[in-house]
Design a protein around this ligand. Sequence first.
Ligand code: BG6
Length: 485
Amino acid sequence: MTNLNFPKDFLWGGALSACQAEGAYNVDGKSLTIPEVMKFNEKNDRKVTKQIRINREMIEEAKNDPDTVKYPKRRGIDFYHTFREDLALFAEMGFKVFRYSISWARVFPNGDDAAPNEKALQFYDQVIDECLKHGMEPLITISHFDMPIVLIDKFGGWYNRKLIDLYVKYCDVLFNRYKGKVKYWITFNEINMSVKAGAKTLGIIEYDKPNFEEMLFQGLHHQFVAASRATKMAHEIDPENKIGSMVAYFTTYPYTCKPEDALQMQQDDQMKNQFFLDVLNQGEYPYYGKTYFKNKGITINIEDGDLDSIRANTADFVGMSYYNSMISSSDTEQLELTAGNVHSVYKNPHLPANEWGWQIDPVGLRYTLNLVYDRYKKPVFILENSSGFYDKLNEDGSVNDPYRIDFLSKHIEQMGLAIADGVEVLGYTMWGPIDMISSGTSEMSKRYGFIYVDQDDYGNGSMKRYRKDSFFWYQNVIQTNGEQL
Ligand code: BG6
C-alpha cells in the first residue's frame, strides 16, 4: 500500500441521522415525520431500488397507527436514550468529529410554533456537550431526510415559499444556541436527492400533477434560497461558522469511448450532481440547468432578491457522500440495471457489488474528489461513505466483518491518494458507525456499523451494543492517522 500522509488535523469520524437512530418518535412533544410513515416491507426485492411514493393515504393511515414494528424508524436504535453510551464508544475509537442531524419536528413540532420546544433543545444540548466532553467536533446537519408532516399538512412542503422563513427561524435558534460549540453545519443532507425523493426531502407528494417535476424544482429553489439565507445568518452570528453544501455524488463513467457515451456522461453528471453544487458554491443557476428547464417546459418562480442572496452567500466547503458509481450510455438498451442509492443505476461490468446490488468502486472516490475540488476550489468533506452488509453476532459477542474493513480501507486509501494529488480534504465521517435503520429499505439487517446493535428487522432483540472487528480496525486507523489501513 502507498505511503499516505493525512493532514495532522484531519477529522476522522462517523455520521448518523436523527431519523434513523433516535427513535422516541412521539416523546417530549415531537411530531411525526415522513420516515416514520415509511413501512418495512420484507417482500421487497433487495436488488431493485424501489421509489417508495409516500402519498396522502399512507400518511393518514400512519397517523392513526402507533405501530413501531411496521414503521421501524419510529424506534430507530433508541439513540434518544442511549446517546451517552454510544458516543462513549465513538470516543473509544478516537473520533475527532461526529456528524449528527437535528430533528426539525422535535424543535418546532407544529412547524410554525412561536417558540421552539425547549425539551428538544435540551436533548441536543446534551448530545453536543457530550461530544465536546469527549473532544469530538460536532458537525450538524440541519435537515436530514426527515420532513415534518405538519409542514406538508399546513403548507404543502417546500413548494410553498413560506418554508424558507420557517427554516431560517429554525436555523436562527440553532446558530444562536450552539454558538461557540458547533462550527461545522450542513444546510441540507444530499440536496440533489430532492428531485429523486421529493417526499422525505421536500414534502412534495403530488405525483399525479402534470407539473410534478416543476414543483420539485420550485421546492428546490426555495431550499437554495433558504440555504443562502442560513449561510449569511450563520456567518453574522459567528464568523467561525463553516457552512457546507452537500450532495450524494453519483459518479458516472461513459460505458464506452464512443463520443455519444461521453456526452451522455457529461449530461448525467451535470443534472445529477453539478447543478446542485454549482448553485450552492458558484452562486448561480448554471447555463445547462436553464436549458434543461427550457427543454422540459419548467418555469421557476424566482422572487426579487433570491438570486442576489444565492450569489452573495455561497457555501464554505463542499460536502459529499460517496457510495457507488454508475455508467452512462447513449444506448441503454444493452445495459443491465442494478440497485443504487435512492435510484437504480446501470451496471458497470468491472465492479463488484454488495448484497443489495450497490456497486463498490474505491477508485471512483479519488476520481470524484479531484473532479469536485478542481471545479469548486473549496475544501471537500466526505460526509458519508460505506456499504451495507449482513453481519452475524457470534456467541462470544464478537462480529467478524472483514468485508467492511476491506471496503473502508480501500476507500480510505483512495482518499489518501486524492490528498496526495493535492485535493484539500477536511475530514471523513463514514456512514453509520453504529448499526441503525436503513434509510431506503427501513431494514435493520442492512448494517453499516463498527458497533453491532442487537435488534432485528421487527424490533426484536436486547438492543445491546457489541464491538465488531472493524471497531478495533478503525480505532487503529485513527490512532495512526491513516498510516495503517
Ligand atoms: C444516504 C443517506 O444517502 O444513504 C443516509 O444520507 C442513508 O441517510 C445512506 O442511510 C445509506 O442508504 P440506506 O438506504 O442503505 O440506508
